[in-house]
Design a protein around this ligand. Structure first.
Ligand code: PMP
Length: 286
């Protein structure tokens, strides 16, 4: 558990607490066919909840796990669970699927034999002004030919875990990771943007890293506000000469970066603007 005050939706109903959901012989428990998504409830809103629910269904399909709950139904279930929290609570919303049964090979998930749960945990939003630091990692994103790196799948995260362990050991907060070609892809837990001469840049989606829902929202917001945003191929050297760097993801929405190895950055105007625009957009949905 990452947060507190956990509630779990499983087998058609909401339960208080962190309840067991998988059995020993479930495909997901020994072959790792788990997918999840992460969304947020804070200040009375759940920004892009529809997109997070739709993505967990696409992630399931990528692992050949049959997604058995429609986006609309998943949103309805989630709203029912969120109603149990204080209106001012900040909650991490995690819908999950896993394969229960398989074909005779044991490996291929069986259609319709799918487990589904939603886990809600109270996790405060990080206060405005929270920043992080990055180090370059030698670990890389996998490629589509050897992993389902286009899905938000649990089986991809041990690689991200070792990136983080390496970064923490060096005294940094997160890792800047390359794709198989050596171009910057994302970080271990979030997407990344850099700013040079007033233009925002972010790695172009190539299917080997999570092209985040929050990333897309920030691109839309910034462009509508007149900021040029370019999705392109970026190198580690590009980040060394950046004016600002910031991360985007569902958990914190936007986090400025103040160092990349021995390069330091100021928290800049575009990261601040991205934060203001995100909150204005999100709260307008109340
Ligand atoms: N990359 C990784 C590896 C992540 O775990 C996340 C968080 N889900 C993101 C990027 C950001 O994606 P999103 O904005 O859709 O949460």
């Amino acid at each position: 558990a990452v947060g507190t005050n956990i509630r779990t939706y499983f087998e058609g109903t909401w339960h208080d607490g962190n309840v067991p959901i998988m059995r020993a012989a479930d495909h997901g428990s020994w072959l790792g066919s788990t997918v999840f998504d992460g969304a947020r409830f804070f200040e009375g809103v759940s920004p892009d909840l529809d997109k997070h629910c739709a993505r967990v269904n696409r992630s399931a399909e990528a692992l050949m796990v049959d997604p058995t709950v429609s986006t609309e139904e998943m949103m309805e279930i989630t709203r029912e669970g969120l109603a149990q929290y204080d209106a001012g609570a900040a909650v991490y919303i995690r819908p999950m699927y896993w394969a229960i049964d398989s074909d005779k090979s044991g490996v291929l998930p069986k259609k319709g034999a799918t487990g589904f749960a939603v886990c809600l945990e109270e996790i405060p939003m990080s206060p405005a002004g929270t920043s992080t630091t990055l180090t370059r990692t030698r670990f890389r994103r996998p490629v589509l030919e050897s992993s389902v790196c286009n899905a938000k799948a649990g089986c991809l995260y041990p690689n991200n875990g070792r990136m983080l362990a390496e970064a923490y050991a060096k005294g940094f907060g997160n890792a800047l990771v390359a794709d198989a070609l050596g171009n910057v892809a994302e970080t271990a837990t979030a997407n990344v943007f850099m700013v040079k001469d007033g233009v925002a840049f972010t790695p172009v989606a190539n299917g080997t890293f999570l092209s985040g829902i929050t990333r897309a929202r920030h691109i839309t917001n910034l462009r509508a506000d007149g900021v040029e945003v370019v999705e392109t191929v970026l190198s580690f050297e590009d980040f060394e000469v950046a004016d600002e760097v910031f991360l985007t993801g569902n958990m914190t929405k936007v986090t400025p970066v103040t160092a990349f190895d021995d390069v330091t950055y100021q928290v800049g105007p575009i990261a601040r603007r991205a934060r203001d625009l995100y909150w204005d957009w999100a709260l307008s949905g109340r």
